[in-house]
Design a binder for this molecule. Structure first.
Ligand code: DAH
Length: 369
């Protein structure tokens, strides 16, 4: 048998094997068996070395062309197999475009409970027709105290443990607002009555223990009109608390107190029941203080340029952190500001769950996930 006969048989057996390969891996085996270092075609090419010059001149081109044809046949088969595999994948794989958005990675971020509660407050009060007002964290003595009927040398100034800045070029000492009440005067000055707004935000006092942090959050509320009275105040607070705690009804108690910027002044107590370490809101005969309130003092209205003979109204201020702790069962206020991701993952809220009265304020099934 001549080498040419051999090579013809070899070619047809390799071509058969190529056609028989039904996937890329099987085809690769065929390629290695033919063209690999120890492959049949490589062995054939090696025989050239032992031939006479004449023979080599005759067989050299024949063997090389054979190698090229096989190489090309394998490449073509590979392309065909890959195209088949892709179209099989495309027919088998389906995408259900009606499925909800996947949970990750967008939802791996969390909304801090304080931001969540601010959004909840805003949703509830917006539903009652309140605007949301804002004011600066760095305040003047005038707005933080004087305009709110807290005269200089009044003991209430000491009570607030104020953080003061060094005097500025004009000799004025700015401060970090000790409450959100200055937003009352700023917002009234910027517009005209009637007013109905809340002002949530950061507040600062030099104080720190398990229930106090130097920075904390309050929400201020103000309603001023010609005939606004204390009945409106009580209903508003009661309706707000019931909506916020997502219960049908809640009793509140307005306990006589003193604030320079209201007359009369009342502390707001909310009905609750203590069960061991737990505090259940809206049941029982215990009370929990959640803020201050009263009828806006005429002097405050005058500072804001409002005719206090014609207009009257109510104001309130509540601690947002306290409300958040009560609603979501977070025992230590300091953890709010530790920036601990594990805490945030546990108590935080899913970003796309925007609180609204119609879709639900807090998606309880997701809270804590
Ligand atoms: N600003 C008061 C505080 O921080 C809370 C407060 C009490 C606000 C009575 C009010 C109010 O608007 O009417 O202690």
């Amino acid at each position: 048998m001549t080498a040419q006969d051999n090579s013809t048989e070899l070619e047809s057996s390799i071509v058969q094997a190529i056609e028989a390969a039904t996937n890329v891996a099987a085809l690769e085996d065929v390629r290695v068996a033919a063209l690999g270092k120890k492959g049949s075609i490589s062995a054939l090419l090696k025989t050239l070395g032992g031939m006479s010059n004449e023979q080599r001149q005759e067989k050299g081109p024949v063997f090389n062309q054979l190698r090229d044809r096989i190489t090309q046949a394998i490449a073509e088969r590979k392309q065909a197999l890959e195209a088949d595999a892709l179209s099989a994948q495309l027919t088998n794989e389906t995408q259900d475009m009606t499925l909800p958005v996947e949970a990750d990675p967008l939802l791996s971020g969390r909304i801090h409970p304080v931001s969540q509660v601010m959004d909840e407050l805003s949703a509830i009060f917006a539903d009652m027709g309140f605007d949301v007002a804002e004011g600066p964290d760095i305040e003047s003595d005038y707005y933080n105290f004087t305009a709110l009927n807290v005269p200089e040398a009044h003991p209430a100034r000491q009570m607030h443990d104020t953080f003061y800045f060094h005097p500025n070029a004009e000799g004025e000492r700015l401060l970090l607002r000790t409450h959100t009440s200055p937003v009352q005067v700023r917002t009234m000055q910027a517009g005209g009555p009637p007013f109905r707004f809340i002002a949530p935000g950061r507040t600062y006092r030099c104080d720190s223990d398990q229930t106090h942090t130097p920075m904390f959050h309050q929400v201020e509320g103000l309603v001023v009109d010609e005939s606004t009275h204390m009945g409106h105040l009580k209903w508003t607070l009661q309706a707000f608390l019931a909506a916020f705690f997502e219960i049908d009804n809640i009793a509140i108690r307005l306990r006589p107190s003193y604030f320079p910027f209201t007359e009369p002044s009342m502390e707001i107590d909310m009905q609750c029941r203590r069960d061991g370490n737990q505090l259940i809101v809206g049941e029982g005969d215990d009370w929990m203080e959640i803020g201050g309130s009263g009828m806006v003092h005429p002097t405050v209205l005058q500072h804001a340029g409002i005719d206090s003979e014609k207009y009257q109204g109510f104001a309130f201020g509540m601690g947002i952190d306290r409300l958040a702790m009560l609603k979501y069962g977070m025992p230590d206020l300091r953890a709010f500001f530790d920036a601990d991701l594990r805490w945030l993952k546990h108590y935080g809220f899913v970003p796309l769950d925007v609180p609204s009265l119609s879709s639900g304020l807090s998606n309880k099934s997701l809270a804590g996930k």
